[in-house]
Design a protein around this ligand. Structure first.
Ligand code: FES
Length: 105
């Protein structure tokens, strides 16, 4: 059964903002990309770089890993440039009564 994890009120994560959410042994990066919120595993598939400390490109809806520069599509978790070549997990985002929540398993 998936679990619902509360992140924060929508007002605390405006467009261009990102934050880390920890749940059990998972670390999840939550990003507001131009008003739409996405959540991906906060561990680069290349060498565990912390993606939430990377650079968010709101126009392309990507984040660049701070370690070696792979860019990841926030919608799909797919890497768009080397050295990473495997995707990272994505998590469904729910906005309920102005609160951001994630669905995790
Ligand atoms: S750890 Fe992310 S590109 Fe190397």
């Amino acid at each position: 059964m998936p679990k619902i994890v509360e992140v924060c009120p929508v007002s605390e994560l405006p467009p261009g903002a990102m934050r880390l959410v920890e749940w059990e042994d998972l670390e999840i990066g939550v990003f507001n990309c131009g008003g739409t919120v996405y959540a991906i595993e906060d561990r680069c598939s290349h060498d565990d770089g912390p993606l939430v400390e990377g650079t968010l490109d709101e126009a392309g809806c990507t984040v660049e890993c701070p370690r070696h520069g792979s860019r990841f599509d926030l919608k799909t978790g797919q890497p768009l440039s080397l050295p990473a070549y495997e995707p990272v997990d994505t998590f469904p985002v729910i906005i309920e009564r102005e609160v951001i929540k994630l669905e995790v398993e």
